[in-house]
Design a protein around this ligand. Sequence first.
Ligand code: PRP
Length: 191
Amino acid sequence: MSNCRIHENFEADFEKVLFDEEELQGIVHKISEEIKQDHRGEEIVLVVILKGSFIFAADLIRKLFPVCYVRVEFMQVSSYGDGAKSSGELKLFLDIKPKAVKGKKVIVIDDVVDTALTLSKIKKRIESLGAQQVQICALLDKEEAHKIDIQIEYKGKSILNEFVTGYGLDFGQKYRNCPYVGVLKKEVYEK
Ligand code: PRP
């Protein structure tokens, strides 16, 4: 028997559901239609920002078939660390190879925009590697938390400036496997 059991039902850690599974699929569908409209028949490189975007990207990429010819690359960065607040500092753990984006049309896929510092730096980095075009796609956007202007070409939903978890988004590396996006109880993340 495992001695790692923490408690029986992690759902009890959530205060509310923001977007359930069906709503999330609707949001992803809307974004995929916009991308398909702009990039029909084209080759595009999706740069998926790990870790939080892996579930969103997996759903999105399948919806682009067979209209777009898609390559997938990954970058891993961290701005929250294990806390509930964006630090604004970008730590780069996994970078892309220059030839993966040079001369290509690139769409950066991220789960949530907070201060917008992460995506702004990532966009500059990919542009500096010689990409032909760099667009941003974000599932969720905390507009009021932005510290700089950023253009998000493909946006799922704008949300309030609250800490959201699930569908790939974590708190302290947990809850990524929750199929919906919700808000944790304060006592869970202020422990
Ligand atoms: C989150 C999120 C974005 C970034 C947004 O990543 O996935 O990449 O922070 O913050 P910003 O707009 O303030 O820069 P996180 O640091 O939580 O890493 P993770 O995806 O590996 O959980």
